[in-house]
Ligand binder design. Structure first.
Ligand code: PLP
Length: 426
């Protein structure tokens, strides 16, 4: 390996200061790397540079948004141009109408939408709307599914919640979660039972079509189609949380990729071009119930802010004009098959998962659901994570997070990455 890290003294010192004023030293739990996180000084393309001058090939990519890589020049210049004209107006802007129209034309399930400032807000608002529209209280989520950090969805939640051992958060009154039902992923019988026995008070099923926040788990063939049928037959709304898969699997997300059309969709991450953003949308009849056209309240000072909207338009332009998904599918397939070869050659009891530009080595058998992922060797994964970091490759510091490829990862970067996996899995 040519890339090895040197000292990380400055990051270590900064972390000591951070822990005095910020709980756990971080602004979001997944960043709390042991023994200390590295502090980033700058990033460009697929590389991220820490305070001590170490450079890493990044596979976290902001945990999903940065499909074009860090500091992409097209987004940067669009945002600078916007900044020169101001960055918050408190009035509508033309660009938001353009972005909304483009999303509507790409997502079969979205006839109308609203912009918010995070994925958390998008799923929170979508669920409120689903309840308002149906006049029912309950919803079903998938075990290990992550839909942000609001009360109703913090039960058996993936992402940082599972990593840090608190999939059910303290501070959430059981009264707030008694309407949240759980079903295992990839098990159509189980979810059908739950839907049928609760249908009188069931507003919606919310699901990540590819379970992304416990590492990527793909739907078994026919699962999403069957779920669409069952929800329709029982008059229950189907919400796809496409905050990871939207604009990543295809321009039209997982609903285009798998050809299954939900009633409502949430988007975030990529569509903000790396700036805070979220979207929820669906059938016109449902969306028109949102305030001020209807009685379901939803609002935000920063909703549809000019910077995120501008960055979003720039990212959509670039994804389309540069045929990004075809290129990413090719590099993703190459990387996954190389990783599979390494795991097989070393006779490790590990598995390689992913689709398109997302991938993960599970330290265990290929999982079909949340319970399966919990059987993976997460301690060994963390030791492996540290060895990778020392080799100059930054993968997510948790068995339960997905690795993201961007268009900025070149063939050479991918070769280096494969070498690092081979050396560090040994
Ligand atoms: C990241 C994520 C969210 C939350 O989005 P934030 O912008 O972090 O609030 C919700 N759902 C899914 C599927 C996600 O991956």
């Amino acid at each position: 390996m040519t890339m090895t890290t040197t000292a990380t003294t400055q990051s270590e010192e900064t972390y000591d200061e951070a822990r005095k004023v910020i709980p756990g030293g971080v602004s979001s739990p997944v960043r709390a790397i042991k023994p200390h996180p590295f502090y980033t000084a700058s990033a460009g393309g697929c590389m991220i540079t820490d305070l001590d001058g170490n450079r890493y090939i990044d596979y976290c990519m902001g945990y999903g948004p940065l499909i074009l890589g860090h500091a992409h020049p097209v987004i940067k210049s669009a945002v600078i141009d916007q900044l020169n004209r101001g960055w918050l107006y408190g009035t509508p802007i033309e660009a938001e109408v353009e972005l909304a129209s483009r999303i509507v034309s790409l997502y079969p399930s979205i006839e109308m939408l609203r912009f918010v400032s995070s994925g958390t807000e998008a799923t929170m608002s979508a669920l409120r709307l689903a309840r308002g529209y149906t006049g029912r209280n309950k919803f079903v989520k998938i075990e290990g599914g992550f839909h942000g950090a609001h009360d109703a969805v913090l039960i058996k939640a993936g992402s940082g919640a599972t990593t840090h051992g608190v999939p059910d958060s303290l501070g959430v009154p059981s009264d707030f979660t008694k309407h949240t039902l759980q079903a295992p992923y990839n098990d159509i019988e189980a979810i059908t039972d739950i839907i049928e026995s609760n249908r009188d008070d069931l507003a919606a099923v919310i699901i990540e079509p590819v379970l992304g926040n416990v590492g990527p788990i793909l739907p078994v063939p026919g699962y999403l189609e069957a779920l669409r049928r069952v929800t329709e037959e029982n008059d229950v709304l189907l919400i796809f949380d496409e905050i990871i898969t939207g604009f990543r699997l295809a321009m039209g997300g997982a609903q285009e990729y798998f050809g299954v059309v939900p009633d409502m969709t949430t988007l975030g991450k990529i569509v903000g071009g790396g700036f805070p953003f979220g979207v929820f949308g669906g059938k016109k009849e449902i969306m028109e119930l949102i305030s001020p056209s209807g009685g379901v309240y939803q609002a935000g000072t920063f909703s549809g802010n000019p910077v995120s909207v501008t960055a979003g338009l720039a990212v959509l332009d670039t994804l389309e004009s540069e045929d990004v998904h075809r290129k990413l599918d090719a590099s993703g397939s190459k990387l996954r098959s190389a990783l599979q070869d390494i795991v097989s050659d070393l006779k490790l009891p590990y598995s390689v998962s992913g689709v398109g530009s997302i991938f993960k080595v599970f330290f265990g058998d290929l999982p079909r659901n949340y319970q399966d992922t919990l059987r993976c060797d997460k301690e060994e994964y963390l030791r492996f994570f540290s060895r990778m970091l020392e080799s100059g490759v930054f993968i997510p510091p948790s068995q339960f997070e997905t690795n993201f490829l961007s268009i900025a990862h070149t063939a050479t970067d991918i070769e280096k990455t494969i070498d690092a996996y081979a050396a560090n899995l040994k």
